[in-house]
Design a protein around this ligand. Structure first.
Ligand SMILES: Nc1ncnc2c1ncn2[C@@H]1O[C@H](COP(=O)(O)OP(=O)(O)O)[C@@H](O)[C@H]1O
Ligand SMILES: [Mg+2]
Length: 396
């Protein structure tokens, strides 16, 4: 599954914007405050809507009045539209999910929620799910493509006005597209790595399968992979050896007082280093490799500003690892304002955000003639960025 387009209206600084033809590996650059984190939070917001309900998802972000764009009309709705590709009945289809959120008597409501795609090669997209203000229908025999539209069976339902229809219906496999989209959002992950939290020994109790947002369970996840997926662990060590000069072995080591630490063997020395004394860059690279080679990878991964603490050379390598993850089937969005990171990405992969009159605009590197021409001549994106070729951005 692959997200191909995102359209936002009145979602915080995204007053009216669209990203189209999004690649599997998408790098979003922009100065501080241009909306990179907000863009990723679209997925976080939807995930919270699915886990809880829309009211709670809004509350966690300061309430409806904080989420709706400043200056929006009184009756304006927060609108999120996501187009994704998936195979249904052996045909690759472009599915559109739309949700519009408003307020009624100071309570958030879902004004409209639609899931649609074309049934045949021609004609307009068909609504397989269509709800407004707590009532609507979903098609139960979605995959009966031989039947004409009018023979499809509609299941009418009443749900809470602030509950997404895909939350309930998406649990059933017969609602194919709703089910797939729900899973994509539920397994979405954001990584906002904090080196201080990742370092040091950790209480060795329990197993953690996935790296946390901050990376504070790195030791536990490493042990889980080491013990339960030795082949994956070996792969991780191979990648680390390739990427970080000197590293020859990494092991999770239990301590006598019931804690767990990581030991890093440097080929030049007999005694290993414990994670407390390894360089920031090495720990960080290890955390990203653990994240990217997760035995059950996230289908949709967002990574916040990976550049801090990493040497330019490691940034290039990391950019390649993200691309490799996307090539293995996961979709990756990375935010950055590092010229060094940008030097390792391609023209097609880069979107850049600027603020215009307080609202975010999404531009694309390949749509800029000058950038495209320089890149075609073999220039590197990061240098162009540093030299101020990205209009509206002061790289300082
Ligand atoms: N409801 C809103 N309407 C308009 N702008 C908003 C709203 N909420 C937050 N913002 C703005 O959005 C920006 C947040 O950007 P953020 O996503 O944190 O940027 P980045 O991650 O690129 O540094 C801030 O400039 C903030 O003022
Ligand atoms: Mg940010």
């Amino acid at each position: 599954m692959h997200i191909e387009a995102i359209k936002l209206k009145n979602f915080k600084s995204f007053r009216d914007t669209e990203m189209r033809d999004i690649p599997g590996y998408c790098v979003v650059v922009g100065a501080n405050g241009t909306g990179k984190s907000t863009l990723f939070d679209v997925f976080g917001f939807l995930k919270d809507c699915l886990t809880f309900n829309v009211r709670q998802a809004l509350q966690g972000r300061g309430g409806f009045s904080e989420v709706i764009s400043r200056g929006a009309d009184e009756n304006a709705l927060i609108e999120i539209e996501i187009k994704f590709r998936m195979e249904i009945a052996s045909i690759d289809r472009l599915v559109t999910y739309i949700v519009k959120i408003g307020q009624q008597a100071n309570k958030p409501i879902i004004a409209r929620e639609i899931l649609r795609y074309k049934r045949g090669r021609y004609g307009s997209p068909f609504h397989f799910l269509d709800f407004s203000e707590g009532g609507g229908y979903a098609i139960t025999n979605e995959e009966d493509f031989d039947k004409p539209d009018e023979d499809l069976e509609r299941e009418e339902q009443t749900i809470g006005k602030d509950v997404l229809a895909i939350k309930g219906l998406g649990q059933f496999e017969r609602f194919k597209a709703a089910n797939a989209f729900r899973q994509l959002i539920e397994n979405w992950h954001v990584s906002d790595f904090h080196i201080n939290l990742a370092r040091g020994s950790k209480d060795a109790v329990g197993y953690d399968e996935h790296l946390s947002i901050t990376g504070d369970n790195l030791q536990l996840v490493a042990r889980n992979i080491h013990e339960n997926h030795p082949d994956v662990f070996e792969k991780i060590i191979t990648v680390m050896k390739q990427r970080v000069p000197g590293i020859s072995e990494i092991k999770p080591v239990p301590t006598q007082d019931g804690r767990l630490l990581l030991s890093f063997q440097d080929g030049a020395f007999t005694d290993p280093f414990i994670d407390k004394y390894v360089s920031d860059g090495t720990i960080k690279m290890f955390a990203y490799v653990i994240l990217l080679y997760d035995p059950e990878p996230h289908p949709l991964l967002c990574v916040e500003e990976p550049e801090n603490q990493l040497y330019p050379k490691l940034l290039t390598e990391l950019a390649e690892e993200f691309r490799a993850y996307a090539n293995r089937g996961g979709q990756v969005f990375v935010s950055s304002h590092s010229p060094d990171f940008l030097n390792a990405v391609e023209l097609d992969e880069v979107f850049w955000l600027v603020k215009k009159e307080g609202y975010t605009q999404i531009l694309r590197a390949r749509d800029d003639e000058q950038l495209a021409a320089y890149m075609a001549e073999g220039d590197q994106m990061g240098y162009l960025w540093k030299q101020g070729f990205f209009e509206g951005v002061d790289p300082q």
